[in-house]
Design a protein around this ligand. Structure first.
Ligand code: ADP
Ligand code: MG
Length: 679
């Protein structure tokens, strides 16, 4: 019996050679072939040369009025020229490197050629010969991505054959209710019109349905992975003490925002469940993720477990440690720190306290994941600025415990659409609100010859008792030169501000020196901190209300946003000055975006538009899936719908037993059988 799982070799004219060419395109079964969609269409309708503009792509029909000339030049290069009488205009048509066409075109015969029209010369740069079977006057010719071993023409013929024989077997996978609601076409129509559309509108509608189908199936795969994960490793049920939590919240110096309360509830409910928590907490800079983390750490401790917080830098570990120890002291929780710069005896003590369970909350850098570190009973691992850690480091921390619950935090807001695709198998909690009383940071972009204005403003601010960051990027080829830039700036600042303490923080300082400088800055013993980008992550000195960034065009949008997020943490108006003479449009657009908005999510969307998803994420976590028809950025609204729909289906009907869900079930079963489930 025929099936879409039939190998392509079941089609006439597919032998071993074509089979392997198709396999290189990822086409193994007839089903693969039918869903191998064109990436664009040429409008090959025949038109009159008189209505054409220069450079238009078009099909012209005419009579060959002179012998064909094939000339060879260079190595393996050749040109075929012919004269064609189109209506009453003789034109020249040239084909490059398609010598075989010489035998296909006869003098005095009528031919149709698709190519690019040159209106001045009355010539056509021919791309291909249009045959009657191409639908000629109907118009839309699909263009597939192919390789050296198979031609467009062959692929089109194969798809024709496959469609004729198999189209009756195409089934729906998207549930009827969704298809009706979003006016999606039946699969058979989609497949037909993707390959053989009558016009642009038909192709557009088919693409819409095809893209939705692809996104929906992707989301279903993610949801089924999540479902299976939850079943396989049971994970811990952290039975935290709600009364103690309430008491702790009362001791906090501020009221939690409603977004903070919501995410704390989400996290706690998740920890309490006997499955393995795998959750991402995202929130804009300054939205108050730290306190949420502290509440989660405390909850784990009240459940009788240890909890760890891993951060990317020692400065950050120190800062968090100081803060968190102070917050948790009234609750009689023992907080400790473990970093690479502890001396031998402190380190031995810490290791001992971690191993015996005397230390409840442990804050550290990647020193936490070394083999020598043994936890007595680790129940929760939180990873701050998770993108700074590699996949393996994150996994290593997880393996430290009895399969602890994991919470990742990120201050790099990602558009929801990307969160869905990149973190599809995770649950996501979002803090979408800043603490009350925050005023948007007033951001100004100035050219480097206007630096004087900034200095005036800086003096005004310092006079009110505020502090400031002055940042200069690493731009030189050599560290030595960079350092000199930073040192120059530092000296200039010292000279300009003799009545204040100015300090220089850069990457080549020893950790102890860095910590000392940061400490002095947070105690307001230093008023102006000149720094390379080391202040980028996590620093929290609420009295600092001015950020000056030199050569701002050298930074990416998310980095600029991070830097700016270092100020505006208190209740005074904060200022950010971007000093830049950008040379290109993209850099100009970045500066303008920064001036226009302080919303990290909006900036992330903008960044995505300006750079594309590949560049927004580093290699490490680029894990963006490849889609054939859909574009996760352009089709983001659709992606959200597909995500929510798939999630709901798996929540209501995890075994996919409902009649409307059998299509999904058999799709997933097929993937499993083909071993593509975990791709
Ligand atoms: P981020 O999300 O960037 O890590 P932090 O956790 O460092 O932000 O918080 C930024 C600042 O806001 C800190 O000074 C913190 O004490 C303060 N903060 C956090 N939550 C609140 C709140 N609900 N009300 C007032 N201030 C808050
Ligand atoms: Mg933070």
């Amino acid at each position: 019996m025929a099936s879409l799982m039939d190998a392509v070799t079941m089609l006439p004219s597919v032998g071993p050679k074509r089979e392997s060419a198709l396999r290189q395109l990822g086409i193994v079964t007839v089903g693969d072939l039918l869903f191998y969609f064109p990436f664009r269409y040429d409008d090959i309708r025949t038109r009159s040369w008189q209505e054409l503009g220069d450079g238009e792509k078009v099909t012209l029909k005419g009579t060959v009025i002179a012998p064909l000339v094939l000339s060879r030049f260079g190595r393996n290069r050749n040109r075929l020229s012919l004269r064609l009488l189109v209506e009453d205009l003789p034109i020249v048509v040239t084909f490059f490197n398609q010598p075989w066409l010489k035998d296909k075109i006869e003098e005095n015969s009528e031919v149709a050629v698709f190519g690019t029209w040159n209106a001045k010369r009355h010539s056509l740069a021919g791309q291909r010969l249009i045959a009657q079977a191409d639908g000629g006057d109907a118009g839309m010719s699909p263009i597939y991505s192919v390789n050296k071993n198979i031609r467009q023409r062959t692929l089109v013929d194969l798809i024709h054959t496959a469609y004729e024989k198999y189209h009756g077997l195409l089934r729906e996978v998207v549930p009827d209710s969704l298809r009706t609601h979003y006016r999606l076409e039946p699969t058979e129509t989609v497949v037909h019109n993707m390959h053989f559309p009558k016009n642009g509108e038909e192709a557009r509608l088919a693409r819409r349905s095809a893209a939705f189908r692809e996104l929906f199936l992707f989301e279903c795969r993610m949801q089924s992975l999540r479902r299976d994960n939850n079943q396989v490793d049971a994970g811990l049920a952290l039975d935290y003490d709600l009364t103690a939590m309430r008491e702790f919240i009362k001791t906090l110096p501020f009221e939690l925002t409603s977004a903070q309360k919501r995410v704390v509830n989400e996290i706690c409910a998740d920890m309490k469940r006997a499955h393995h928590m795998n959750r991402l907490l995202q929130g804009d800079v300054g939205s108050g993720k730290t306190i949420v983390a502290v509440l989660a750490l405390f909850a784990a401790v009240t459940a009788g477990y240890q909890a760890a917080l891993m951060v990317p830098t020692e400065i950050l570990a120190e800062q968090h440690y100081t803060k968190i120890a102070k917050l948790l002291a009234p609750m009689h929780v023992t907080v400790g720190i473990l970093t690479g710069s502890l001396n031998a005896s402190d380190r031995a003590h810490a290791l001992h306290d971690i191993e015996t369970g005397r230390m409840n909350v442990i804050i550290g850098t990647h020193a936490l994941i070394q083999d020598t570190v043994k936890f007595a009973k680790l129940g929760l691992a939180i990873i701050d600025e998770q993108h700074r850690f590699g996949v393996n480091q994150r996994r290593a921390l997880r393996q430290k415990g009895i399969n602890p619950d994991v919470l990742m935090m990120t201050a790099t807001p990602i558009p929801r659409t990307l969160a869905i695709t990149t973190y599809g198998e995770m649950d996501v909690s979002t803090i979408d609100e800043l603490p009350a009383g925050r005023q948007p940071i007033a951001t100004t972009w100035l050219k480097s010859n206007q630096t004087g204005r900034v200095l005036t403003q800086l003096k005004t601010q310092l006079a009110t008792g505020a502090q400031a960051y002055v940042v200069t990027p690493l731009i030189a080829e050599s560290e030595a030169v960079d350092l000199r830039n930073a040192e120059d700036l530092y000296e200039r600042m010292q000279r300009a501000l003799p009545e204040y303490h100015v300090a220089l923080l850069h990457g080549q300082l020893k950790n102890q020196e860095k910590n000392a400088i940061m400490g002095a800055f947070s105690r307001n013993e230093v008023q102006v901190l000149v720094a390379t980008t080391v202040v980028e992550v996590g620093m929290d000195v609420p009295n600092a209300n001015m950020m000056i960034i030199f050569d701002a065009d050298r930074f990416g949008l998310s980095q600029l946003h991070q830097l700016r997020g270092r100020v505006g943490r208190g209740n005074q108006q904060a200022f950010c000055y971007l000093i830049a003479d950008p040379k290109n449009q993209v850099a100009i657009a970045r500066m303008e975006a920064m001036v226009k908005t302080t919303d990290g999510f909006v900036l992330a969307e903008k960044d995505l538009q300006l750079r594309g998803p590949g560049d927004v994420f580093g290699d490490e976590q680029s894990g963006l899936p490849h889609f054939n028809v859909a574009d996760p950025v352009g089709d983001s609204a659709m992606l959200e719908v597909a995500h929510d729909a798939a999630k709901e289906i798996f929540q209501d009907d995890p075994s996919l037993a409902a009649p409307d869900h059998t299509g999904i079930a058999s799709y997933l079963a097929e993937l499993k059988k083909r071993n593509q489930y975990f791709d």
